[in-house]
Design a protein around this ligand. Structure first.
Ligand SMILES: Cc1cc2nc3c(=O)[nH]c(=O)nc-3n(C[C@H](O)[C@H](O)[C@H](O)COP(=O)(O)OP(=O)(O)OC[C@H]3O[C@@H](n4cnc5c(N)ncnc54)[C@H](O)[C@@H]3O)c2cc1C
Length: 473
């Protein structure tokens, strides 16, 4: 397994291909790098090793769990628990799920495609997985095409490149062209895994493509934007001050991919299945990170209620109970999805579709309500809080502190830190990104309804109704 220092060294050696704010950047100090660091540190930490490492089913070696293909319900449970624990530590997305969720989906689909079409994707993919595990790779997943006109299929777009596609097939590989939107943490990934985003029709063979390339591969352009928490003066800093995250519009500008890194090319029916399966694994990851985000909002809400002197009020306790119900129902559904999981012919464990999607939907529906509770209990100060420089200012610092004072037992500095954190969490550019991720990450909300209704047996429920109503046909 790599150390975070080795990981950073690798990032520094990569070709600068990050386009942000008018510059072309390398990978020094990319927002969010500390989050990736933690995924290496936890795997080496005696208290977290049991959760954050796994045994490779290929080599029997100890590997980072972010490189593992789930072999059992216990693996799914461990991934969920690891995600909840780690998300709490970084106060947001743990960033390394996307790549391994895509790898799990590929493990299933490449095998099934080979059985039907006599292709050799699974063998190729297994070789690639060995490389992943041996090098403790950080991957990201580029699924969401830019998609152009939403009501038109890939082959109906005015510009066919609005969905990523194969433009040339060569003896030694393929050339791909297109772009993937919202590619989280792509500048921090060793490898980008590109997969389709939707079901594909038989005439859409060129769009049925899945592959992996290094993040700095020739022709790959990462057009990025980042969000950061506000810096604070050192006396009032938090572990997250000045830290952030990054998203990429990942452009594949006629990128050559050698065959050994191509995992689907033309088998349209498996393109759609791959899209759905990645979303399923990713929604299972959400059953770990969304409860963690609720834990953070809940803890912050309880803290500010205490500082405001209102923690024993009935309405406050009711609101905290609501937050507990959101966190633990989502988490409980994730557990159920693991317990009710099934084994694919490839040997990979697949979480239950209905439980995963119910969890994701419940988290999404409640997302803005959770922020609403926090905003309610905090009052307006997170939106109007003076900057930290003024709290330590010789002229106005003491006055600012005097007027920050709330409950007697809390120092003005701690009141400030609490409200500055709420400002970060709920009232900043980072908060905006996290809220959008909470709505659309893992697919837009309607996709959960589609997945649930496509799997759930409503006819069975109608039979119960007919029986109880005395209807005989
Ligand atoms: C912060 C953030 C991080 C993300 N990270 C990643 C990532 O790392 N990798 C990745 O692959 N994806 C990522 N995503 C993408 C995410 O998984 C969603 O798939 C994506 O945001 C939805 O696509 P869109 O933004 O193009 O929205 P759209 O698809 O345009 O959705 C907008 C609305 O249009 C509706 N709509 C769309 N198409 C149709 C149609 N044909 N008929 C009727 N209604 C339609 C939708 O239901 C929705 O209501 C991320 C998204 C966010 C916001």
């Amino acid at each position: 397994m790599r150390t975070s220092a080795e990981y950073r060294e690798k990032l520094r050696s990569m070709r600068p291909n990050i386009y942000m704010g008018g510059e072309v950047l390398g990978r020094d100090n990319i927002p969010g790098v500390e989050i990736m660091d933690l995924t290496f540190e936890l795997a080496a930490h005696p208290d977290y090793q049991h959760l954050c490492t796994a045994t490779s089913h290929l080599t029997g070696e100890r590997i980072n769990r972010f490189c593992h293909i789930h072999q059992s319900p216990e693996d799914l449970l461990a991934k969920q628990e690891m995600t909840r624990v780690a998300t709490r530590m970084v106060g947001g997305c743990i960033a390394r799920c996307m790549g391994i969720d895509a790898m799990n989906a590929l493990s299933v689909i490449t095998y099934q495609c080979d059985q039907v079409h006599g292709t050799e994707y699974h063998t190729r993919w297994l070789d690639y997985l060995k490389y992943w595990q041996a090098n403790d790779i950080v991957g990201c997943c580029a699924q969401s095409d830019v998609k152009g006109h939403r009501k038109r299929r890939p082959h109906q777009q005015t510009d066919p490149d609005l969905y990523l596609r194969v433009v040339e097939r060569r003896r030694d590989g393929i050339v791909v062209r297109g772009a993937k939107a919202h590619n989280s943490f792509a500048p921090l990934a060793d490898e980008i895994i590109a997969i389709p985003t939707r079901f594909l029709t038989p005439e859409e063979k060129d769009w049925a493509v899945a592959f992996a390339v290094p993040g700095d591969h020739p022709g790959v352009k990462l057009v990025c934007r980042g969000a950061k928490y506000r810096e604070r003066v050192p006396e009032l800093a938090s572990p997250l001050s000045g830290k952030g995250e990054i998203e990429s519009l990942t452009i594949f500008d006629d990128v050559f991919v050698p065959w050994e890194r191509v995992f689907l090319c033309g088998e349209t029916e498996f393109g759609g299945q791959l899209a759905l399966l990645f979303a399923l694994y990713h929604r299972h990851s959400y059953t770990g990170c969304k409860p963690a985000m609720t834990d953070i909002i809940m803890g912050t809400a309880a803290l500010v209620a205490e500082y405001n002197g209102i923690e024993r009020e009935d309405h406050v306790r009711k609101k905290l109970a609501e937050l507990i119900c959101v966190a633990e129902l989502v988490y409980g559904c994730g557990i159920a999805a693991a317990v009710k999981s099934s084994r694919a012919p490839s040997g990979t464990q697949i979480p239950d579709v209905v439980f995963c999607n119910v969890a994701r939907k419940h988290a999404g529906v409640n997302l803005y309500h959770e922020y609403d509770i926090l905003a309610d209990l905090a009052g307006g100060l997170p939106a109007t809080l003076p900057y930290s420089e003024e709290v330590v200012s010789p002229e106005v610092g003491e006055l600012v502190k005097k007027y920050l004072k709330r409950a007697d037992h809390v120092s003005p500095e701690n009141v400030y830190k609490c409200f500055a954190w709420i400002s970060d969490l709920a009232c900043s550019s980072m908060a905006g990104v996290m809220q959008y991720a909470g709505v659309h990450g893992g697919g837009s909300p309607v996709m959960e309804d589609i997945a649930i209704l496509g799997t759930y047996d409503i006819e069975e429920k109608k039979r119960y109704a007919k029986f109880l109503a005395g209807i005989q046909e």
